[in-house]
Write a protein that binds this ligand. Structure first.
Ligand code: M6R
Length: 614
């Protein structure tokens, strides 16, 4: 939700900022803007509704000189996406410009007080209150910008990552964070600032992740300073980035989403690497083993997540209950955090999040932590807020996921869940050796099996043409594949804007079956598993009512092939891994339908990759 970039150094700031905004555009693309201080000390703000390209066109004929600047790409929360609500926001005197990611909850009261003190507002945003408040404090207390930022932030309730520049100051950016991410990049005689490391990685691999309620004083020619809201110096660690530029580019694919779907054979290898022994007979998730006692004595495991990560959590529930015999509950983080849940000290909470920045998941983690539970994180982004807030965890190591629709992160999350369940089941003695070896063996074959599924791309593309103009879809699955049905439906709706619902196949007859007619495509995930016959009966029920069935089946299944209208045949794999193989053709189907409809696949409307507001 909103991307922040900043630069101070010897380069022209504008190109660095624009490139950074393009890298962060996945976080929001309702408007974009930039503030630059030129050599004369003028503070110039340019901003425009729409994507970064619109800003570039708008700024073409403007004075974009300067070696210091801040820039923003917005996902609208307060105020519609228009030019006035775009960031940066000027203060009343236009001496300050500020960008913000987050939500200021008490902005209404602060705004009223500022209006009474003669401040005029040009936007409907909560953000503008911050920059006006900082200026008000500077004027009334006759203090420095840093002191004013500290005082203002003590008044604020909510979440923020901010950066401020000042007219006449060509050297300094003040930045601060609370519950929204912010990273400072340390170059030679230059500094970078961003919401995540992607705009920084091509200039330096040295970064500092700010913690909540920390302020970075980023000043040309001086060492980085990090202070608290009370001005106490804060210690910081310089971390080394392991990301590469090629991971951030499309590499010849028309969209990041397609690239990321195709990366899955490799990302599963990366995810498993170093965790399975050389003979392929033993798997260890060190984050689990290092905290063995907590896991072995867990009365219950609670999985908290949102969206696709929640679907991965549902598969985790099946895996852990099935293999480890520990009761599991899977919760939407947004519900969990507000419903006064019972959390016991012997609970283990697993937080699943690709970005590691999802506000609701982070809040659920903090709640469970306060109540004494042990927290384990399954994240992709190294050094992210959730990764840092948890007691232990396992990264999924699938590389940066840029497409807003999650694909490789989902299969990575399920892969880590599988390794977690196997590690724990072995320690608990709840799995027979034969089953353990079978699942582990199939896990290692997944990359080549996914490769086989990707060879079906042309077939799926042809299929997509038949269904591009349908208005509704139903996705069905049972057992391990019910979450895969939910995930398939989510993929379709978020990038094609077609209404799609996922259901457990047997639930159909309790209501949704009324929707079936010969216009309704029903995607049924029907691998040859322990409940195969039951799923076949569900397919018969749909066919009896004229529905069009597209079935995802195991290789060689002639029974469903004879009943369904269309079949996508995927390799046979052990039951608990079947949702991984089933989800890949559904990712491709959603992708092709969205492309046929001319949708913006990587940046679908109203969405953002990282949901840092609740
Ligand atoms: O970064 P997270 O995994 O915490 O994100 C959770 C959801 O916002 C995310 O999975 C969302 O549902 C995706 N757009 C799904 O493709």
């Amino acid at each position: 939700m909103c991307g922040i970039v900043g630069y101070v150094g010897f380069r022209e700031a504008y190109p660095v900022l624009i490139k950074g905004l393009h890298r962060l555009e996945y976080r929001g693309y309702d408007s974009a803007g930039v503030a630059l201080v030129n050599e004369k000390g003028d503070l110039n703000v340019y901003k425009h509704r729409g994507k970064v390209a619109e800003l570039e066109r708008f700024a073409e004929s403007k004075d974009i000189a300067g070696h210091i600047g801040i820039a923003h790409t917005r996902w609208a929360t307060h105020g519609e996406p228009n030019d006035a609500n775009a960031h940066p926001h000027y203060s009343e005197s236009e001496n300050l410009a500020l960008i913000h990611n987050g939500i200021i909850e008490n902005y209404g009261l602060l705004k009223e007080a500022l209006i009474q003190n003669g401040f005029r507002f040009r936007s409907n945003t909560d953000t503008e209150v911050l920059v006006q408040l900082i200026e008000y404090v500077m004027q009334t207390n006759r203090c420095s910008l840093l002191e004013a930022v500290q005082t203002a932030l003590r008044e604020v309730i909510g979440a923020y990552a901010i950066a401020v520049v000042e007219k006449g100051n060509r050297d300094r950016i003040i930045a601060a964070r609370k519950s929204s991410p912010l990273v400072v990049g340390l170059g030679n005689d230059e500094y970078f600032l961003a919401s995540d490391a992607t705009p920084i990685v091509e200039y330096t691999d040295k970064v500092v992740y700010l913690n909540d309620e920390e302020i970075a004083v980023i000043e040309r020619g001086k060492p980085l300073r990090v202070v608290g809201l009370n001005n106490a110096e804060a210690k910081f660690d310089i971390k080394k980035l392991s990301m590469s530029i090629s991971q951030l580019e499309k590499g010849g694919y028309p969209h990041f989403m397609l690239k990321e779907i195709y990366e899955q054979p490799r990302t599963i290898i990366d995810c498993i690497r170093g965790r399975v022994n050389i003979d392929g007979t033993h798997v260890v998730l060190s984050g689990v083993l290092d905290n063995k006692e907590r896991f072995l004595h867990a009365g219950r495991i609670i999985i908290v997540a949102c969206g696709t990560s929640w679907h991965a959590g549902l598969i985790g529930e099946h895996l852990i209950e099935d293999l480890c015999r520990i009761p599991v509950e899977v919760e939407y983080a947004s519900e969990f955090r507000y419903r006064n849940p019972v959390i016991r000290p012997d609970d283990v909470v697993i937080a699943v999040s690709q970005s590691g920045e999802t506000a609701d998941t982070l809040a659920a983690v903090e709640l469970a932590k306060r109540q004494g539970a042990f927290i384990f994180g399954i994240c992709n982004v190294v050094g992210s807020s959730i990764a840092r807030a948890t007691d232990s965890g396992a990264y999924i190591h699938v590389g940066p996921e840029i497409g807003v629709a999650s694909t490789k992160a989902f299969t990575g999350q399920v892969t880590v869940m599988t390794m977690l369940a196997l590690t724990l089941a072995k320690e608990k003695g709840t799995i027979e050796e034969e089953r353990y070896l079978e699942i582990l063996g199939h896990l290692q074959k997944l990359p080549s099996l996914i490769g086989e599924v990707l060879e079906l791309d042309e077939q799926i593309k042809d299929l997509s043409k038949i269904f591009t103009y349908c208005h509704n879809f139903i996705y069905l699955g049972r057992g391990y594949n019910y979450p895969a049905a939910l995930e398939g439906a989510l993929k379709l709706k978020e990038i094609s804007y077609i209404h799609a619902e996922g259901y457990p196949a047997a639930e159909m007859k309790h209501g949704p079956i009324a929707l079936i007619d010969n216009e309704m495509p029903v995607i049924v995930i029907a691998p040859s598993d322990s409940i195969y016959e039951k799923t076949v009966s569900n397919i018969q029920e749909i066919k009896a009512r004229g529905g069009k069935v597209i079935a995802v089946i195991s290789a060689g299944d002639h029974t469903v092939r004879n009943i369904a209208d269309y079949c996508i045949e995927v390799p046979t794999v052990t039951e608990c891994l079947s949702p991984i193989l089933a989800s890949v053709p559904l990712q491709l189907l959603a992708y092709h339908i969205a492309v046929n409809k001319g949708r913006d696949v990587d940046q679908p409307r109203n969405l953002a990759k990282s949901v840092t507001v609740e």
